[in-house]
Design a binder for this molecule. Structure first.
Ligand code: FAD
Length: 225
């Protein structure tokens, strides 16, 4: 069994724990997924980077009110997507390389689970232990239990931001802040409304709020947030 002074599970907020004060400790960071966790890779940062061009497009649409004639002619989805992930992927990769280069830090790229008090086991069967273990393993996307939820057009916040092609339309399931952000981003995700050839440039060309308790049937394309 490998022994550490400190084990951190999760490289999101968990990674930010490791400041200079820890340089004398033998530390393991456990991260099976994309280094940097949710906020950097599939959460706060990419969504904000989508909201910005969406806001620019919305302001252009609104410019006529101020006496400025302008229009949004097209939205280059791959360019927006690649700009965002070109930056965040580089930060993720740089963060992983930096941690792996540290003499006192071991990065373990596997899932772990507890098998005994203060003992974790990796998916490949290795056991690790430490007197202090930080669980910074975040949360996961949860899909509603409705028929068809596994159809290919159903996306989650983990997957929708990297689509190769834009869907014709999007239904956002959910009404929290993440759903609101995705509605704003529909400016860039759905550049043409289904019923017209005019590029949309506002918070969802058509927003229909279904009453509480409405059942949602699986859409051809949709996001569960
Ligand atoms: C679309 C979206 C937008 C958001 N926008 C905002 C925002 O604007 N502002 C804000 O404050 N918050 C926002 N959030 C929430 C924010 O991203 C999360 O609250 C935050 O990232 C959680 O950080 P964390 O360190 O707890 O977990 P995470 O960053 O999720 O990190 C947990 C890590 O643990 C790893 N892990 C999980 N289980 C195991 C295991 N068994 N073994 C090993 N590793 C494991 C995972 O691979 C993951 O990388 C947003 C979230 C989403 C999805």
């Amino acid at each position: 069994m490998r022994e550490f002074d400190l084990i951190i599970v999760g490289s999101g907020s968990g990674n930010s724990i490791l400041t200079e004060e820890y340089q004398d400790l033998n530390v393991a960071i456990v991260e099976p997924g994309t280094f940097g966790g949710t906020c950097l890779n599939v959460g706060c940062i990419p969504t904000k980077m989508y909201v910005y061009p969406a806001t620019v497009a919305a302001e252009v649409k609104d410019a006529a009110r101020l006496g400025v004639e302008a229009s949004v002619n097209s939205v280059d989805w791959p360019a927006i997507r690649d700009r965002i992930f070109g930056r965040t992927d580089a930060i993720s990769e740089g963060g992983l390389e930096y941690r792996e280069s540290m003499e006192n830090v071991t990065v373990i790229r596997e899932y772990v689970h507890f098998v005994e008090p203060m003992v974790l086991e990796t998916d490949s069967g290795e056991r690790i232990t430490a007197p202090q273990i930080v669980l910074a393993n975040g949360s996961r996307v949860q899909l509603p239990d409705v028929p068809g939820i596994d159809l290919p057009g159903v996306h989650t916040s983990d997957t929708v931001m990297r689509l190769d092609e834009l869907p014709e339309s999007i239904i956002v399931v959910g009404g929290g802040y993440i759903a609101a952000e995705f509605c704003t981003c529909s400016t860039v995700w759905v550049p043409r409304s289904p019923s017209s050839t005019v590029p949309s440039a506002s918070c969802g060309n058509t927003t229909t709020r279904l009453p509480n308790g409405s059942s949602v049937r699986p859409p051809n394309s949709g996001i569960c947030s």
